[in-house]
Write a protein that binds this ligand. Sequence first.
Ligand SMILES: *Cc1c(COP(=O)(O)O)cnc(C)c1O
Length: 384
Amino acid sequence: MGDHTMTSEWPQYGDDEAKALLEVLNSGNWGSTSGDVVATFQQEFAEYQQAGHAICLANGTLAIAVALRAAGVGIGDEVIVPPYTFIATASAALFVGAVPVFADVDADTHLLDPAAAEAAITERTKAIVVVHLAGRPANMDAFTTLGAKHGLTIIEDAAQAHGAAYKGRPVGAIGDLGTFSFQSSKNITAGEGGAVLTDSAELAGAVYSLVNVGRVPGGGWYQHEAVGYNLRLTEFQAAILRVQLRRHPALQEVRERNARLLTDLLTDVDGIQLAPEDPSITAHGRHLFMLRVRNRAAVLESLTAAGITRVSSGYVPLHRNHAVLQEAQAITTRLGQPYPEAPCPNADRVSTDTIWLPQPYLLGTEAQTHAIATAITAATQAAD
Ligand SMILES: *Cc1c(COP(=O)(O)O)cnc(C)c1O
């Protein structure tokens, strides 16, 4: 098998993944209860993100739910989340019987606004889930301060932010807990998978237990000290993840270089608004390249016609999602609690004018990146 590293193709893989998979196959240890590949990857990933502990699990959605439960968040508790994100950020709270409460994002960065989050705090608030959307680290100084001031657990949803760093510190264990996804589209992937990071031995033990049917590290097979799920990763997934982690730094360099070039080429184009530079972002995860444009429908149409077909029109904001609202209100109604609803005008606005390029577009050559910038510039000018 040759190296399958075609430009803009994703995933990128080669002989090393094939070899690692066959090693697991031939070892006969396909699960992490007998093999040690998951354990090894956990150590490597914890080191990569400079966290004390990493616990792998089935996916990034359940990683958030497990992080919430490990932090003691449960029935009727309120969890503050941004509305402009993937649904898992909010549905995870519902899975543990908690109520997702939406606080608005900053329109320039698409990230949860610390002031809006603080305004949403009530006596029932237990946690804030901060999302490093697109790979851009959120204002962790503000959120850790909020957490300390109000006694709240801060969870980083870093599903899009492998390798990202805030003021020199990799994301994931800056807050109390951080969650990652290794789903197909993410910058490190095994098709599916996730991880929870934390510096706290106590929280790591709680996460381990939730992922491993309530077992305790070093405890007996039928010794269930808590009620836990079974969310274990397989050794096959970890084998691929170990190789993908080794590939990540070089791929990030390419993404970073191309994202910077795109930023330079697009920053003064009339009708395009990019997120501002922020010196506290010392490494950007480069999962999505986001822009706000005028006349989005026309821009999308021109881009598709120019062959940029995987451009996205972004999220429908979750404070408008009927499934999430119905379930949240079902919980509050049963408990006789009010459902705290605040307007999220910035999320509404960015949901009408945002587009993004998924990360494979950042893996091309310099010439291809110039071509993408030219197409985007032409599309925005034609749409005016
Ligand atoms: C992908 C993603 C998730 C969920 O991860 P899965 O592994 O797909 O369950 C959660 N939050 C954000 C922001 C994501 O992008």
